[in-house]
Design a protein around this ligand. Structure first.
Ligand SMILES: C[S@@+](CC[C@H](N)C(=O)[O-])C[C@H]1O[C@@H](n2cnc3c(N)ncnc32)[C@H](O)[C@@H]1O
Length: 227
């Protein structure tokens, strides 16, 4: 199953599994300077950011490639939901026809296939922005125990591209989430969206992981990039 369909499949129960993304969205909104009137949200999902905007805006454009997520996004006369892929140049050709005062993205750009290209597009808008991106240190011990490498960008490569292209400020935030047992933990991983719903392990490997995982919690690392 392609990743956008997987995000759609879990969209309705997503809220129960997105505790960390909720914290990330809170922190990201806290980084917004002033009260921007025209906002773009890349990878908007069910609207965690739109729901947190407590000032009046003229327009809020949310982009996501999971139709079911967009269906669950808040709707209003000033909100436009665009079904699009932030890896795709044609999306930006369309977005460049808009005027934005701020670009936001929470817990989504870790899935940028070419993060350098996405940063260049963000830079091209010449507007302030705040981005929160999960790094490869997310599920660090789990990946180490399973002997697999993270599908996410390392914080070093994110920072390198951010320094070269965006020249922005940044900080790193680490979170942990505790579980009663590894079964619950694996269920969370499958449903949370942090892994992009990609199954990297087969049945046997999963069983071995459940036996050998040394922690009672999962680790997350998020890089905040902002003007
Ligand atoms: C973990 S959710 C975060 C959603 C929301 N921003 C939040 O803070 O709760 C990641 C979102 O990014 C979307 N996404 C992932 N890759 C994408 C892509 N290439 N283009 C557009 N949306 C994408 C997913 O469909 C999903 O809704």
């Amino acid at each position: 199953m392609s990743i956008d369909l997987e995000f759609s499949k879990f969209a309705s129960e997503y809220e129960r599994y997105n505790l960390i993304q909720e914290k990330v969205a809170d922190e990201l909104i806290g980084l917004v300077k002033g009260k921007p009137k025209r906002i773009l949200d890349l990878g908007c999902g069910r609207g965690a950011l739109a729901k947190r905007i407590d000032w009046e805006v003229d327009s809020f454009v949310g982009v996501d490639f999971a139709k079911r997520m967009l269906e669950l996004h808040p709707k209003d006369s000033h909100i436009e939901c665009i079904y699009g892929d932030f890896n795709n140049d044609t999306l930006y050709e369309h977005l460049y026809t808009y005027q934005f005062d701020y670009i936001l993205s929470a817990s989504a750009l870790q899935w940028a296939q070419d993060i350098e290209k996405v940063f260049k597009h963000i830079h091209h808008f010449e507007t302030p922005y705040a981005l929160a991106i999960f790094t490869s240190n997310t599920f660090r011990t789990l990946h180490k125990t399973a002997g697999i490498s993270s599908p996410l960008h390392t914080k070093e490569s994110l920072l390198l591209h951010a320094k070269n292209i965006l020249q922005c400020r940044h900080h790193l935030r680490r979170y942990t989430l505790s579980f009663e047992n590894t079964h619950e933990m694996l269920r969370y991983i499958k449903r949370s969206g942090v892994s992009g719903h990609r199954s990297l392990l087969g049945y046997k490997e999963t069983k071995a992981l459940m036996r050998n995982y040394p922690l009672s919690y999962l680790e997350f690392e998020v890089l905040f990039l902002y003007t």
